[in-house]
Every structure is written in C-alpha cells, then in structure tokens.
Write a protein that binds this ligand. Sequence first.
Ligand code: DAH
Length: 364
Amino acid sequence: MYTVPKLEDFSPASLEAATAELHGALEAEALAAVDTKTFEDFRNRWMSRKNGLLTQVNDLWLKAAPGPAKRDVGRIVNAIRQFVEVLVSNAEQQASRLALGAKLRSETIDISLPGIERPLGVRHPVLRTLDELVSVFVKMGYSIAEGPEVESDYYNFEALNFPPNHPARDTQDTLFIANQEQRAQRDRLLLRTHTSPVQIRTMEKLAPPVRVICPGKVHRNDAPDATHSPVFHQLEGLCVDTNITFGDLKGTLDHAMKSLFGSEVKTSFRPSFFPFTEPSVEVSISCPFCGGKGCRPCKQSGWIELLGAGMVDPNVFGFVDYDPKKLSGFAFGMGVERLTMMNYNVDDIQQFFYGDMRFLEQFA
Ligand code: DAH
C-alpha cells in the first residue's frame, strides 16, 4: 500500500520521481473503486482533510520544502491535487456504473424458465348447484331475495310461528350473540338456522302477489358427520297470491325436480310438520340413480327425501299484515349441499368444506 515518502532531496529529478510514484499508486487505486464502499474508501484515503494522502503531500513535501524550492514544489503539489480530484470524480462515476451493472446482472430474469401457472378458479360445487336451482325458479318468474345471516329471534322464530319456548325450536338450536340479556327476546341476535326469515322480510317489504326464492347460508348446532354440517346452504321459496292451492305447490316442485334431475323423476308428498306451514309436507323424489328399484343412495327404498314445504300458515300472514282471508300461498325449503351430493354422487358432506384440492379439482 502506497505511503507518501518524506523528501530529503527537492531537486527536480527527485520531485519528478516521487510524483511519478504517487501517480502510479493513485491510478491503480482508482481502478479498484468498483462500488460505493470501495469508492468512498478511495476518496477518503486521498482527500480526507485530517490525514488523507493529499494532506500528507502538503505537509511532507510543500511545508518541508526549503525556501528556494517552495515555488516549484507548490506548483507540483497543486497539479497533484487537481489530478487527485479528477481521478476521484472519475472513480465515482465508474463505481456507480459498475454497481448498477452488478445490480442488473443479479436481477436478470431467465426468460427461458417455464412460467408460474396460476390455476383458474371455478365455482364451488355447492354454489354451482345453487345457481342451477336459482335459474330453474327464475325461469318460472321468481325473483331473488336475500337476508342477513345474523338474524333476530323475531324473524328466525317468532314471526314464523315458533312461539317462545315452543318445542319446535329445539330442532333448530344455533349460536346466539353474547351479552344480549338486556334485550327483549324477540330482538336478540343469532345465526339464522334457515332461510325462512327472508320470507317474513320479503312480505314486510312487498305487497302481494309475491314470488321469491331466497338462497343463503345457515347455521345449526349440529355435530359434523357425513350428512350434517354446522354451516350449510338452503334455498327457500315463497309464492303468495289469491287462489294459490296445494296443486300449485305440487306442480311447481314437481317441475323443479324434473328440471334438476331429469324428466323421468317422480315426486311424492307426505304429511309433515313445520310451524309456519299448514298443511306441511316432506317432498321426496324417485331415486334418480336406480329409477326407483332400490340402491345404496336411496337406502333400497327407491325414494330420496329432498325438501320441506307446505301452505303458508295463516298465523304467518298475521305477522306481516297480509289478509289470510284473501290470500294463500306455499313455501318450500331445501338443503343445497344435500342436492349437490345427489347431483355429483358425493357421499360425505364434509368434503365441501375441507378445501381439499383433490376433491375440488374434480369440478374444474
Ligand atoms: N325452514 C325449514 C328447515 O330449515 C325448511 C322449510 C320447510 C322451509 C317448509 C319452508 C317450508 O319454507 O315451507 O327445516
């Protein structure tokens, strides 16, 4: 590493030799400035006011020069200073150019590598079934209504003719929002157990006649197993007008099931109970897998139970100020996962919620 020599001899020949040696070192060191750090070291080594090499040249050569030599030494030292400044400024440009080059090289992209494929998403099978169901009813003139998933006790139960403490509520236990003891029972919030509250909300808003379907997510206190899930989807339907009969209910649902499962399926209606319909029915379809002969999906019965329905109970009309003497209607509700399982021959409802790509990819 170059150091500034003390000069004994201030003759022109000696000064020239010392200067040449200094220039050689300076030029070599300037070449080594390849990035910010090496450039700054280089600049400080030469130009630092405190003990930089230029300062040393000044002290050891100029200040030490005997009187008669001072003029010449001064001119030489000045020239050296200018040369150092030029090389430092060149080195700065060189360093930043090299640093940029290195950065660009490290960031180059190998355009011959295969790209990263982003798989296109598709609609979840449950939503696909829901869309299909919705379009069947939209074609029959139904419009779509939606309601909140966090629902009040009034809409989820009371206005649907489940009085407080009525045992029918036991079949639809759910999560209740905490800390609502201060509220009147009918105002307490819960996760809705069915889409039927949207019937009430619709009739409150619209004057009859009404034809709506209400798709949505619902919640129950049900332990998960192959056919139960604490979260699932339903499609609700409501039709209210003058002179709506049980025949309309049968015809509508029979048509819907044929649209979904093929024109050869038959429907069967058996008496049942729901607080908000009277009479109420369970609707089954003839098994689309075996045509009614009996197989595993239909548990050898030839029939598969698919939905609940009934004629709107006059008490329900009372809650929404519809006149039960002038109006009648029917309603129905179905589980969308259930229908999807039938549609795609899925034997475990949990598959819809695992998010397992091996399952979902089959629907892509
Ligand atoms: N809300 C009922 C349930 O979740 C299903 C249902 C049955 C809806 C009969 C209806 C109906 O609209 O008329 O179990």
